[in-house]
Design a protein around this ligand. Structure first.
Ligand code: PEP
Ligand code: MN
Length: 354
């Protein structure tokens, strides 16, 4: 389904990146105001703060709820920044609208639940407010797209996506794996959908914020949502990943923003070369498969099994080594040959069963 989109029309979204920042949670009125004033001094236009906090386990700080909404209203009144928060239920949506919240986002755990997303979408019918949809916790692009479609289906055309990474057992470096191929695929499908990167929840660590912001910019992402706190070490949630507004400003200042130039003479020439190599690749793969089918016929005639694991391991090892010599990672070579091998086996199976 196509998305019907309108520009977000936020105060800073005509420059890349546009930045949303503020604490993980609105803890106290004082913490909210101190952080907001510091951010406003640094030129931030959009303030975020979690009011309802989805926590993995009970017993943690689950947000101040409705009580915190007037604090955000005060931020808007005293700093002029727009205010944004997460909604997970229709009641949250209603309360946000009542308190003049300017921007809403749907959290990662909610995006993974189509019932919850539909309930939020129903509550948004007829309301013109920008809504961002975070990726679901699991790396399922259709679930992400489905949530965007549901919110868009309610008539919300000022829509954006937030890339906050994906849960994985492999969390040695990142709290949530970036898996950049997913936001890239989203951009390919919906070039007009703004994508905001959330380095705080991807990295889970202060020192990863700067490199993640840079990667997001190098990939042409539109904006950043970064958690900041006036006293990060004492934050009530996500303390390890929050930075002061001062540090945030430093990080943003160091970003190199490259222009998105889709083509030049030299790029065109190089792309032509790539097209020629791709032609040859497919041609050669076709020839390789033909030989595989001939081997299949031979195996059939001589009652031999298709899968000969020793030969397969040998191919992976040889080509892995060759790949390293020409600057291709062994993992990549392995993945390519696994696909080629799978197709070869399929083709031989067909011959044997003919
Ligand atoms: C948040 O933005 O504070 C948050 C809870 O994020 P996520 O939904 O990405 O976990
Ligand atoms: Mn957080």
């Amino acid at each position: 389904m196509d998305l019907k989109l309108k520009p977000l029309a936020l105060p800073s979204d005509n420059v890349r990146p546009f930045v949303i920042s503020g604490p993980c949670s609105a803890e106290t009125e004082e913490q909210v105001m101190t952080t907001a004033l510091q951010l406003a001094m640094k030129g931030c236009h959009i303030f975020r703060a979690g009011v309802w906090k989805p926590r993995t386990k009970p017993g943690g700080f689950e947000g101040n709820g409705e009580k915190a909404l007037p604090w955000l209203e005060r931020v808007k009144k005293e700093t002029g920044m727009l205010i944004a928060t997460e909604v997970a239920t229709p009641e949250h949506v209603e309360l946000c609208l009542k308190h003049g919240i300017d921007i809403l986002w749907v959290g990662a755990r909610t995006t993974a639940n189509p019932f919850a997303v539909q309930a939020i979408a129903d509550a948004l019918k007829g309301v013109d407010i920008p809504v961002f949809v975070k990726n679901p916790v699991n790396p399922d692009i259709e679930l992400w797209v489905g949530a965007l479609e549901r919110i868009n289906g309610a008539g919300v055309e000022r829509l954006g996506a937030i890339h906050r990474g994906f849960s994985s057992i492999d969390n040695k470096i990142y709290r949530n794996l970036p898996m950049w191929q997913l936001p890239i695929e989203l951009k390919r499908r919906y070039p007009d959908l703004p994508i905001v990167n959330d380095p705080s929840h991807i990295g889970g660590r202060r020192d990863l914020i700067a490199p993640l912001c840079q990667q997001a910019m190098d990939l042409g992402m539109d904006g950043l949502i970064v958690e900041s706190h006036c006293d990060p070490d004492r934050a009530w949630s996500d303390a390890k990943q929050q930075v002061t507004p001062e540090v945030l400003d430093f990080i943003l200042d160091k970003l190199v923003i490259r222009q998105e130039v889709s083509t030049t003479e030299s790029i065109n020439a190089m792309r032509k070369q790539i097209d020629e190599y791709d032609d040859q690749l497919i041609d050669i793969l076709g020839k390789r498969m033909k030989v595989c089918r001939e081997i299949g016929q031979y195996k059939k005639n001589h009652d031999m099994t298709i899968l000969q694991t020793q030969r397969y391991t040998e191919i992976l090892d040889k080509r892995g080594a060759q790949g390293s010599l020409v600057g291709i990672s062994p993992d990549c070579v392995k993945a390519i040959f696994e696909h080629i091998h799978e197709e070869s086996v399929q083709q031989q199976m067909r011959i044997i069963n003919e």
